[in-house]
Design a protein around this ligand. Structure first.
Ligand SMILES: [Ca+2]
Ligand SMILES: [Ca+2]
Length: 398
């Protein structure tokens, strides 16, 4: 898939204006592909606004960006959720980005995070475009709108004014990128942008937009993840409220239309009522991923999970359908494949749906001090499918 060509955007916007329900953003599917490195501000559609910094404000999802959309009352301005760039990166981008509505919960939540501000500029839509980095391979964008481009009814407006003033007190922002490399604490509303090659954009297009507060200098020292903890969020998938390709903490992919890797209220859990289901059709390839930070202070780091292998393959000697357990870097490079299961493992559960076995614990202590992706990667060959169900995933540290 390729990103939606820029020249079709005005046409789509036009359709929205006459009442189309939403914009199917093919550009969302461009994740992982390399986009041209032009600067967002040079490509953003704008509308004239004499009092704005550049004489223009933005157009695309502008009401959502600035808090005058139909769902702004759903934004919980009374609480702030501490997060990290990696944590936001792990959220699954929605397939559709409505022009005047929010994608809950991400776009109805105010997040705060500590990061390094690496560079910034004034964009043609008068936003201050901030590139944030965690120093571990993750970047994302935060945007401080020009208050002159924020509608007077927006509950964001007072905070946007304060944030913009705080930034102006520290930097002289121009239409060219300037390098900063300054520690910042940023507070803002979660927002998924269309991917169009923005400098510093997160792989899933997530931003803090609008920024509601910013301060400079090192914040309180983050509390290191204590040893003796559980690193996997929702290893039993019980937080998933519906089947699909994500659950809190988890993201999934499939090449098979309609396949749900995360199964909610399915027939074959290990415990609870939810689990993951990879493979199960010929030529199917699925992945299931969670990013975890392995504390440098841990003495042991043990990955365990329960798995149910049910296969139409009958060979007891040959592996046709595979489930790789992989460790990737935070940027997605394969580092290690400590275990591979296959169709022959059906013998370990009697080839019975819902009967699970637990492979021996996998030692991940060599990844101490790193942020890694745990990836279950299943591939079925062209005939006689195998399904791999996974539940109760744990990375326990002592
Ligand atoms: Ca479960
Ligand atoms: Ca097969």
């Amino acid at each position: 898939m390729r990103a939606t060509p820029r020249h079709v955007i005005p046409i789509i916007v036009g359709l929205l204006v006459v009442g189309a329900a939403g914009l199917t953003a093919d550009s969302r599917l461009a994740q992982g592909t390399s986009a041209p490195a032009f600067e967002q501000g040079d490509k953003e559609d704008v509308i004239g606004a004499p009092h704005a910094s550049t004489g223009s404000c933005g157009v695309e999802r502008w009401s959502v960006k600035t808090g005058t959309d139909a769902d702004v009352a759903k934004v919980n301005l009374g609480s702030t959720t501490a997060t990290t760039i990696a944590g936001l990166d792990a959220r699954t981008a929605p397939n559709t980005l409505p022009s005047n509505n929010r994608v809950a919960p991400t776009e109805t939540t105010v997040f705060s995070l500590s990061a390094t501000l690496t560079e910034f500029k004034l964009e043609s839509d008068s936003d201050y475009h901030l590139v944030l980095s965690d120093g571990a391979g993750h970047t994302m964008i935060a945007e401080i709108p020009d208050p002159a481009c924020v509608g007077s009814s927006s509950p964001f407006l007072p905070s946007v004014r304060t944030a913009r003033s705080a930034f102006d007190a520290r930097f002289s922002v121009t239409t060219s990128f300037q390098t900063a490399n300054v520690a910042v604490q940023v507070r803002g509303v979660g927002f998924f942008d269309f991917l169009h090659g923005q400098t510093g954009v997160a792989p899933n297009g997530i931003e803090l937009h609008a920024v509601l507060g910013i301060s400079f200098g090192a914040g309180p020292t983050p509390t290191p993840t204590p040893a003796g903890g559980q690193l996997v969020a929702d290893g039993g998938f019980e937080s998933a409220t519906s089947s699909g390709l994500s659950a809190p903490g988890w993201t999934a992919t499939t090449n098979t239309s309609g396949h749900s890797v995360v199964v909610a209220r399915g027939a074959d859990p290990h415990t609870g009522s939810n689990y993951a289901e990879l493979g199960g059709a010929n030529n199917e390839t699925d992945t299931l991923t969670q990013t975890v930070a392995v504390p440098s202070t841990a003495s042991t780091v043990a990955l365990t999970f329960w798995v149910n292998v049910v296969s139409q393959e009958t060979s007891t000697t040959r592996a046709f359908d595979l489930l790789h357990v992989e460790v990737h870097s935070s940027s997605g490079s394969l580092l290690s494949t400590p275990l591979t299961l296959d169709n022959r493992d059906r013998s370990k559960d009697g080839n019975t749906a819902g009967t699970y076995f637990q492979p021996a614990a996998i030692d991940l202590s060599s990844f101490r001090g790193q942020t890694i992706q745990l990836v279950f990667n299943a591939s079925d060959d062209f005939e006689l499918p195998t399904v791999f169900r996974v539940d109760d995933v744990s990375i326990a540290t002592t």
